[in-house]
Design a protein around this ligand. Sequence first.
Ligand code: PEP
Length: 234
Amino acid sequence: MKIIAGNWKMNGTREKLKDMITALQNVDTENKMILCVPYTMLSIESGKASLGAQDVSTHDHGAYTGEVSAQMIAEAGAKYVIVGHSERRQYHNETNDIVRQKAEAALSAGLTPIVCVGETMDEKQAGKTMEIIESGVRESIPNDIDKAVIVAYEPRWAIGAGLTPTTEEIAEAHKLIADTLTSMGLAGTPVLYGASVKGSNASEIMSIPNVDGVLVGGASLKPDDFIPIITSVK
Ligand code: PEP
């Protein structure tokens, strides 16, 4: 069983999500299907899929205009929330420390955080990929948790760019993440790969050791693109 999660970013409509959910009803798979969609769509009946949000406030209530708490997200019907996505880190200056607080907020409301880590192109070129990944995992995941989290390795330079790391690079990153999680007492935590996943590369990526599924951006928006990724693996 793999986890296939879509990140719709700021795209779609409630009608398009309903169409996707209807299409997923006919997919014969044991894989776990998650759609992380804008807040306004979280109350839609999600059928065989589960819904997630794409960000959460570090606060549980109060004078934080425009923010949405984990409890509110859970009340709307979501089971998951992405924290620390590359675009949040880039456009909203989210640090590992903030991401960890968001993950803590999610866990306290019963949501499973999907914690994203990954290196920028500058960090990659400076030879810092492994260091950034390891500190991302250690600093973005709350300590001493006994609840489920999911980690997503997303090389930031590859997101939305049609680029993917080599198989060896993905394998090395996922081994480091799995080993780091084990040393944190979180062995068995699923680790997804994300960045430019599509129907044509999904099964090869998911056959790499320690890759427990994928987080898909652009190719999760249309059933014709998303379903082949879901059915590419058992
Ligand atoms: C993402 O935004 O999480 C992502 C993986 O995007 P894409 O698949 O479009 O590269």
